[in-house]
Design a protein around this ligand. Structure first.
Ligand code: SF4
Ligand code: SF4
Length: 390
């Protein structure tokens, strides 16, 4: 059972593991921002501790706390209270509604991609608090929803939760995931769906997060009742489905949490249940695996590792000590630029030590951030697995 802030024994282990505390002297760290400050937070009182927005919600503090206190959850509550009493900033409104922006931008993809590269548009973005020094993610008209992979019958049935990034920004990767799962004998459906709700939560809009979660829970719970499993590849979406949906979407949310599988966890399950035998071909590559914080924070062994260790010829380096610093919408905000940049450079420097041919990461935002600091190829792990299966 989750212990309350009163159970904090002030060991400071969480502080030692907080990436933001390491690089930003303005941030007091998870102990002070979480359990310590909770003692003074009075419900209904106008919130003044604006530095709580410096927490990226990477959740590394929760993973290491020996007393099961949840500093990131306490900080998230305080972030939402702060927005409630002080109003949402333009960037918070933009990212809470990213689902709609992504739909609109992908519908007008060539125009949106051209517009976000213009200096005048970048200046306008800067005025509302966005960064103008990094490329804005490119949108694709051929989203996963618009160009669906035709379902094929399989021994197992699954529905794919793709999230906003795979749908609007990296749909080819998303379709590769669906095709690969179908090749492994899983019938995969891609039902209509909305954002998982994480950007709304992280930007202080619990009401919107709940409305997204409830819509998804309605769609996916009915599929679970029909015998489908839920699979996901984006580790931030997965973290939200499993850890936040029971609270955001009640009984149906619990059903989602109990039936959602990371794709690699799902492949391993099929192998263990003797429904699948994988023949993996040699891939002679040095691969550096950037483990996203939300995967590390799930507290489980990394699901892709078993498979990747079985690929002959691969030299795999598992990098889970560093947060890339981007954390979804956090890295796009002008006020977080320095923190994000410092963390990104530390993470990429660590990757480059092994002289990798390719850097892989399950998270689209981590991949975008790593690409900002290196010319080494950066891709989703599925691309390497696909190469080994071809
Ligand atoms: S969630 Fe991450 S950034 Fe926030 S306090 Fe915990 S470790 Fe630090
Ligand atoms: S929140 Fe947990 S890790 Fe952090 S100081 Fe308290 S007991 Fe230690």
């Amino acid at each position: 059972m989750r212990k309350s802030y009163e159970h904090c024994i002030r060991c400071t282990i969480c502080v030692e593991n907080c990436p933001v505390f390491k690089v930003n002297p303005q941030y007091p760290g998870p102990k002070q921002a979480g359990p310590d400050a909770m003692r003074f937070r009075i419900e209904g009182e106008k919130k003044v501790d604006s530095w709580i927005s410096l927490c990226t919600q990477c959740r590394r503090c929760e993973q290491v706390c020996p007393h099961d206190v949840k500093p990131a959850t306490l900080i998230l509550q305080a972030q939402m209270e702060y927005v409630k009493y002080n109003g949402a900033k333009p960037t918070q409104i933009i990212f809470s509604n990213f689902h709609f922006i992504s739909h609109l931008a992908s519908f007008f993809a060539p125009v949106a991609n051209f517009a976000t590269s213009l200096t005048i548009v970048k200046k306008m973005m800067k005025l509302v608090g966005l960064r103008d020094d990094i490329p804005f993610p490119r949108f694709s008209f051929r989203t996963m929803q618009r160009n669906k992979v035709k379902p094929e019958q399989g021994k197992r049935k699954a529905v794919f939760f793709h999230g906003c990034y795979l749908n609007g920004n990296a749909p080819d990767t998303g379709r590769n995931i669906v095709r690969l799962m179908q090749d492994l004998g899983v019938e995969v459906l891609v039902p209509p769906q909305v954002c998982c709700g994480l950007p709304a939560l992280g930007n202080g809009n619990e009401k919107k997060a709940k409305s997204f979660a409830q819509k998804n829970a309605e769609i996916f719970a009915s599929k679970v009742e029909q015998g489908y499993d839920i699979i996901y590849a984006c580790t931030s979406c997965g973290h939200t489905l499993i850890h936040s949906y029971p609270e955001l979407a009640g009984e149906k949310g619990k059903m989602i949490a109990e039936n959602s599988w990371n794709i690699y966890e799902y492949i391993e399950k099929l192998i263990n249940e003797k429904q699948l035998v994988l023949k993996l071909k040699e891939v002679k590559k040095v691969v550096s695996y950037h483990v996203p914080c939300h995967l590390k924070g799930s507290g489980k062994p990394y699901p892709a590792l078993g498979l990747f260790h079985s690929i002959p010829g691969i030299e795999l380096h598992v990098m889970d000590d560093n947060c890339c610093g981007f954390s979804g919408s956090y890295g796009f905000k002008k006020k977080n630029r320095e923190t994000t940049e410092r963390l990104g450079k530390i993470a990429v420097k660590a990757h480059l030590e092994s002289n990798p041919d390719v850097i892989i990461s399950d998270c689209g935002a981590c991949r975008m951030q790593i690409e900002n600091y290196t010319d080494v190829r950066v891709c989703d792990p599925i691309e390497i697995l696909k190469e080994s299966l071809e």
